[in-house]
Design a protein. Structure first.
Length: 257
C-alpha cells in the first residue's frame, strides 16, 4: 500500500494503509458544525405508494433524500465561483486530487476590537515560498467542540487578507482550515481574504481558477505538524462548492534516490 513520488527532485514515500481523515461526518439534525444561519441537515425516506425507503419502517431498502448547504453544514471545498459573477464550478476547477501539503498550528491573535485573527507575520513563520502546494491550518484552542459548533453570530476567528496574500505568494494552491471562513463573519461583503486567495477583482487572467479553499475541517491534536500527502475528495457537483473529504497520509523522504 506504499506510494512513491517525486517533487522538485525529492523522492517521497507514503503508506496509503493509514489515512488521516480531516472531514467532519455529516448526520441529520443539529449535531453538525453550522455557520451563517444555514438550515440543519435533513434526511428522509422516499415514499411512493406502498414503497417506503427505510428498512426500519418495513422498506426493502434504504432510499433516502438529503438536504444540506455545502457552505454551512460541515466540511466543504469551494472554488472561485463562490464569489465570482462568472460561473465556475468546483467540479471544473479541481482537476487534480493529490498534493504535497503542510499542516501547521497557530493561535489567532486577539485584536484590540476583540476579533481573533491569523496575521501575515504568523503565516511567515509557518510556511516558506515554494515549500508545498497545499496548506492545512489548525487553530487553537482545538477540541471536539469544533465537530458540532454553531458558529452563527459568534464572530469566529478568521484570516487577515495579507496573511492569505502571503500564502498565494508562497505558491499555495489549496488552503484548508478548521474555521467556517477565511473572512470575518460580517465584513460588509468585502470578502478580502477570499478575493486575495483567488486574485479575484483584478485582471481576469490573474484569477486562480484551479485553487480551492476547504473550510470546517477537524485535525485531532495528536496529529503532528509537518508535511503530508493530501488527497482532496469532492462530489462531482456543478456548484461552487461541494461537501468534501480531505485525507492526509504521513510521508518519509527517500534519501539517496
Amino acid at each position: 500500500m506504499e506510494i512513491k513520488f517525486k517533487r522538485n527532485g525529492t523522492s517521497f514515500s507514503a503508506n496509503l494503509a493509514y489515512p488521516i481523515d480531516l472531514s467532519i461526518p455529516l448526520r441529520a439534525g443539529l449535531e453538525n458544525p453550522n455557520c451563517y444561519w444555514a438550515p440543519p441537515v435533513e434526511v428522509w425516506p422516499v415514499v411512493a405508494g406502498d414503497f417506503v425507503g427505510d428498512t426500519t419502517k418495513g422498506g426493502a431498502v434504504n432510499f433516502k433524500n438529503i438536504t444540506l448547504n455545502p457552505h454551512g453544514n460541515g466540511t466543504h471545498t469551494e472554488c472561485v465561483g463562490h464569489i465570482s459573477t462568472e460561473k465556475h464550478t468546483i467540479n471544473d476547477c479541481l482537476r487534480r486530487f493529490h498534493f504535497l501539503a503542510k499542516l501547521a498550528t497557530v493561535y489567532p491573535t486577539k485584536m484590540p476590537d476583540g476579533d481573533r485573527v491569523v496575521l501575515r507575520k504568523q503565516m511567515e513563520e509557518l510556511v516558506r515560498p515554494g515549500e508545498v502546494e497545499a496548506f492545512i491550518l489548525r487553530t487553537q484552542p482545538n477540541d471536539g467542540h469544533k465537530l458540532t459548533a454553531n458558529y452563527s453570530g459568534t464572530n469566529p476567528p478568521y484570516l487577515h487578507h495579507e496573511a492569505v496574500a502571503y500564502l498565494v505568494d508562497c505558491g499555495i494552491q489549496h488552503l484548508l482550515l478548521d474555521l467556517p471562513s477565511v473572512d470575518r463573519e460580517e465584513d460588509g461583503g468585502r470578502l478580502l481574504a477570499h478575493r486575495a486567495f483567488w486574485r479575484y477583482g483584478g485582471q481576469s487572467a490573474q484569477i486562480r481558477i484551479n485553487s480551492t479553499i476547504t473550510e470546517l475541517i477537524f485535525v485531532e491534536n495528536e496529529i503532528q505538524d509537518g508535511v503530508y500527502l493530501l488527497n482532496l475528495q469532492i462530489a462531482s457537483l456543478e456548484l461552487d462548492a461541494s461537501p468534501s473529504k480531505p485525507v492526509i497520509y504521513q510521508m518519509t523522504v527517500d534519501s539517496g534516490r
